[in-house]
Design a protein around this ligand. Structure first.
Ligand SMILES: Nc1nc2c(ncn2[C@@H]2O[C@H](COP(=O)(O)OP(=O)(O)OP(=O)(O)O)[C@@H](O)[C@H]2O)c(=O)[nH]1
Ligand SMILES: [Mg+2]
Length: 299
């Protein structure tokens, strides 16, 4: 098991133990509402969220007859979780599109810039020619932070002075990406502006400007969410998804959160796949999210 899955499995130990005890009670013949309520409660407390927890316990109740032992019950629960997570949806990009442009969005402090560095490092190691755009011109030192990462990874970074129009940075970065024949461009964005409305309008404008320079860009918009904020992540995802359609999610700080259940809530309520999971501050601390391993860790 990789470091991420060890951490996740460790963090979810308690959840898994309580679920197991509920399932044992069911097998012992106590398939009453109390056991189901108990199961629903533990699912909610692991950040799965009330509607999704109710859905899962409802499905388990309906399919109870199919299971003869605890393994059978566990399999049902895993199957139902996988039905929500839709395992086939892995991150991939079209290598015929050059440069493939990915915009990274999210509120301040969730780990956008760090995740961009991790992704750039990952794709560069796969032999791709990656360029970064420092589209967060609002926060002082945001461009410098990306420039430092770029230097460490060996990736060019297109940046402008603080206070510049982020759309002009987006345009300039894409221009360089085209001229340098890059495979992939990762665009950083601000997490905070004077108001939320400003932020959303700016993201829309950046999209329009990118599309004008290279029709179809950005090809993906990934939202970064901090796993430690629990159900709040769901609200952030709703807000961004409404303003600018998202392709998928990056869930960070799984090293600091014992609760991974938010992944299920995000898939169930917004139908958004978690493509990558971050679990630390180092470049290696990001991995593709694997739904199969996740359900084995939680149930
Ligand atoms: N423990 C842990 N810390 C992380 C992870 N990802 C990012 N961080 C830390 O979280 C803090 C914020 O990360 P940034 O990448 O700067 O976040 P951002 O979304 O770009 O923030 P703004 O630019 O302010 O909008 C930094 O101290 C990172 O080192 C992670 O997966 N685990
Ligand atoms: Mg940042």
């Amino acid at each position: 098991m990789s470091a991420l899955w060890n951490k996740l499995a460790g963090g979810l130990n308690r959840t898994r133990m309580v679920i197991t005890s509920c399932l044992n009670n069911m097998i012992a013949g106590r398939m009453d509402e109390t056991v189901l309520d108990e199961l629903e409660e533990i699912l909610i407390s692991s950040d799965i969220g009330a509607p999704t927890a109710a859905l899962l316990t409802g499905r388990l109740k309906a399919r109870r007859g199919e299971a003869e032992d605890i393994k059978g019950l566990r399999d049902i629960l895993r199957q139902e979780m996988l039905a929500i997570l839709k395992p086939g949806r892995i991150f991939q990009f079209d290598h015929n599109i050059k440069p493939f442009v990915i915009m990274i969005v999210g509120v301040n402090g969730v780990g956008k810039t760090t995740s961009i560095a991790k992704l750039a490092w990952r794709f560069k190691n796969q032999g791709l020619n990656v360029i970064l755009g420092a589209g967060d011109t609002f926060r002082a030192a945001a461009s410098e932070q990306l420039l430092v990462w770029g230097q460490r990874i060996g990736c060019p970074v297109v940046a402008k002075a603080g206070g510049s129009d982020p759309s002009s940075v987006a345009f300039a970065a894409l221009d360089s990406a085209i001229q340098e024949n890059c495979d992939l461009m990762l665009l950083d964005t601000a997490g905070r502006l004077h108001t939320k409305v400003n932020l959303m309008e700016e993201l829309k404008k950046m999209r329009r400007v990118l599309d004008k320079r290279f029709s179809g860009a950005p090809h993906q918009v990934l939202l970064v969410l901090d796993a430690t904020v629990g159900q709040n992540a769901l609200n952030q995802a709703r807000m961004f998804h409404q303003a600018t359609p998202l392709s998928g999610l990056i869930l960070t700080k799984l090293d600091s959160s014992a609760k991974g259940g938010i992944v299920l809530a995000l898939s169930a309520e917004l139908n958004l796949p978690v493509y990558f999971a971050g679990w630390g501050e180092n470049l290696e601390a990001l991995e593709p999210f694997d739904p199969e391993k996740f359900v084995q860790a939680i149930v």
